[in-house]
Design a protein. Structure first.
Length: 321
């Protein structure tokens, strides 16, 4: 690519207007050597001098260099391929995307995108659906996506802005449960370490299916599925708050302290040692800056719900005051 072409592509990426193919080109360009990286940094500086980036935009261009450096060790290529196929697989690993031959949403080559603890990222699926992945989240889809189906498998939390296609419903599989849509905007959280699955619908309509229930969700509603007993609760809420993490906030209109710490455990990869007493049933209104260090978040929570904490490695001991 000539200098003007790469400049145009990178600026569109900074503005949040690029597609998957463009992002892949940018990753490959930056990975080609120090000269390309220096060029990218120069373009980043130029773009910033004429724009005030939003939090989401800052996350977008920050994650380019982050993936090429320390975080790429979390991306594992499970299948060894030969010649050109191997080179392509390696390039995909550098972008945080893993290509594999296995069973998944459907048989064939499986593409998997993952985020690490404390990391967020955005991707565009082959049907132009936009997906924002929260920390410690994995999404997978097959080579048949947008051909014979639109099925993805999710572990963690993601916000979907689904492109409408009346012939191919969009399906999010959450283990043996699923959410089916035709074109909508919603957030779903299904961390394996948590005892709840939540889905908050901003626009459109979705159908949640479990082993013993089918629930239609309408805009402004939140569904909570209790993994331990299969109970389902549906309520109206400020659904925008469920997607606030995209812009760097943790916004919980009503949350118990135990539930909040459970979510922080999933996001930051730590274990909280906490036995709720005063705050066992009390629900709090919590708005935090999710881009700060965990210790800063805990300091802020300590003012809202008086407690003290002690960090020992990946374990955090919490005591009510």
């Amino acid at each position: 690519m000539d200098s003007e072409t790469i400049k145009d592509k990178i600026f569109r990426y900074f503005n949040g207007k690029s597609d998957y193919a463009t992002e892949k080109e940018i990753f490959e360009y930056i990975s080609s050597g120090e000269k390309a990286m220096d060029s990218y940094r120069s373009l980043e500086k130029e773009w910033k001098s004429h724009n005030i980036p939003t939090i989401l935009q800052r996350q977008s261009f920050d994650r380019i260099t982050a993936r090429i450096k320390a975080r790429k060790r979390n991306r594992i290529l499970k299948v060894s391929l030969f010649s050109a196929a191997a080179a392509l697989a390696l390039a995909l690993v550098l972008t945080g995307i893993r290509t594999d031959f296995s069973s998944g949403p459907s048989q064939g080559i499986l593409t998997t995108v993952s985020t690490g603890y404390g990391e967020k990222t955005r991707l565009v699926l082959p049907d132009s659906t936009e997906v924002w992945l929260h920390a410690a989240t994995t999404i997978s889809y097959s080579e048949n996506f947008n051909r014979t189906d639109r099925v993805v498998e999710l572990s963690g939390e993601a916000f979907f802005d689904v492109t409408h296609n009346g012939d191919l419903p969009f399906v999010v599989r959450l283990g043996d449960k699923s959410i089916t849509v035709k074109g909508t905007r919603f957030d779903v959280a299904a961390y394996p370490s948590e005892n709840e699955i939540t889905a908050a619908l901003l626009e459109g309509s979705v159908i949640f299916r479990s082993e013993n229930a089918i629930v239609n969700l309408q805009p402004g509603e939140v569904l909570t599925y209790d993994v331990s007993n299969a109970n389902i609760f549906r309520s109206r809420a400020d659904v925008d708050s469920y997607a606030a993490w995209i812009n760097g906030k943790l916004d919980y209109p009503e949350v118990t302290l135990d539930r909040l710490l459970s979510r922080l455990s999933s996001i930051y990869g730590v274990d909280f040692i906490y036995s709720p007493v005063k705050y066992a049933d009390k629900k709090l209104r919590i708005i935090l800056n999710g881009d700060e260090e965990l210790s800063d978040l805990l300091d802020a929570i300590s003012f809202i719900a008086p407690l003290e904490y002690r960090i020992s490695g990946t374990q955090i001991y919490v005591k009510e005051l």
